[in-house]
Write a protein that binds this ligand. Structure first.
Ligand code: UDP
Ligand code: MG
Length: 319
């Protein structure tokens, strides 16, 4: 492609041989009807079924369909990262390949971003009726916890269906993250944003690739990406056990004075409590330092400039 397209659609694809043809069938007319230059970046996350062959076939009669293939399965967020890193568009929409995110919302997202000069448009799930109650409940807990960590800037129930401007994509690309969790990083950027509500549909074919183990990993990545709080757990436990230790030490001393104990019990008991408490506090102290080292290694920029009057003449008026 000689000039940059106006829109890139990034689609992580993993073992979607059944869903992909249906997705393409619904997506293509919508993109063709937009009247803008576009590209679709299909990221094959190391599929082991017929997906890669299928993608080559799709590419043959849909020149705007780019394919990127991973050598092995690296996960949904990694596939998203590759897509965002390599997309050329002025706006980039990320969408699942299983039609759970209705592509009909793409024109709405693009129009909203352009009309209101937004850098981010979140697709917000208005209704999760098609998800299992287990998925709904775990997702509810996940979003509750994440909003505690990132703050209310994170819209509730916003997954990875969203539109980003070139400025937002470049800001994300500049982050030195190895395991980015975009649904947290994007709100953290704090760029002007809007929302488009959509109904989460049922997966069109195939089965989810997010079994419990992957969900737990995403949750752990999300927490450790944004907070050193778990490291602090040892400090709190140590302080609590230290206080409890003082109470029990008094009890042991009184029992000893009353002569109602086996010889040696009091000293052993107090020694054990004391050591336990001290050890936990020391582990907590280490945790505090590890937490600070971690945030230094993450090396995230301290701020993003939203506006600088000196750059007025350089800014693309269309953005
Ligand atoms: N996906 C991926 N790599 C993985 C798992 C999933 O690229 O290891 C893709 C998958 O093809 C789909 C999207 O990520 O386009 C969301 O996955 P899925 O639909 O399985 O998750 P769910 O919607 O059930 O949370
Ligand atoms: Mg899905």
């Amino acid at each position: 492609m000689s000039t940059a397209p106006q829109l890139s659609v990034v689609m992580p694809i993993y073992n979607e041989q059944d869903a992909l043809p249906l997705t393409v069938e619904r997506l293509r007319p919508i993109l063709d009807g937009l009247g803008v230059d576009y590209e679709v970046v299909g990221v094959d996350d190391g599929s082991t079924d017929a997906t890669p062959v299928l993608m080559q076939k799709i590419r043959q009669d849909w020149p705007q369909f780019r394919t990127i293939r991973f050598s092995r399965n690296s996960g949904h967020q990694a596939a998203l990262k590759a897509g965002l890193d390599r997309a050329f568009g002025d706006y980039v929409v990320s969408i699942d390949a299983d039609l759970q995110d209705p592509p009909e919302k793409i024109p709405e997202m693009l129009a909203l971003a352009r009309d209101e000069q937004l850098d981010i448009v979140y697709g917000v799930r208005g209704d999760r009726g098609s998800d299992s109650s287990f998925k709904r409940r775990t997702a509810g807990a996940y979003y509750w916890l994440m909003r505690k960590l990132v703050g209310k800037r994170m819209p509730n129930q916003a997954g990875d269906y969203r539109l980003l401007s070139r400025a937002a994509v470049d800001a994300l690309k500049a982050l030195p993250e190895h395991q980015p969790v975009y649904r947290l990083l994007v709100p953290w950027l704090g760029f002007p944003s809007g929302e488009v509500v959509y109904v989460r549909e049922e997966r069109v074919a195939g089965a989810t690739h997010y079994p419990l183990a992957k969900m737990v990993r995403l949750a752990l990545d999300s927490i450790t990406n944004f907070s050193a709080a778990p490291l602090r757990l040892a400090t709190y436990l140590g302080l609590v056990s230290f206080v409890v230790c003082i109470g029990l030490a008094i009890h042991a001393t009184v029992s000893y004075a009353l002569g109602s104990t086996v010889p040696g019990w009091s000293s052993l008991f107090i020694g054990m409590l004391f050591l336990g408490g001290v050890q936990l506090i020391c582990v907590g102290l280490l945790g505090e330092y590890v937490g600070r080292i971690y945030s230094a290694v993450q090396d995230r920029p301290a701020y993003f400039i939203g506006y600088d009057s000196a750059e007025d003449h350089e800014r693309d008026p269309g953005r």
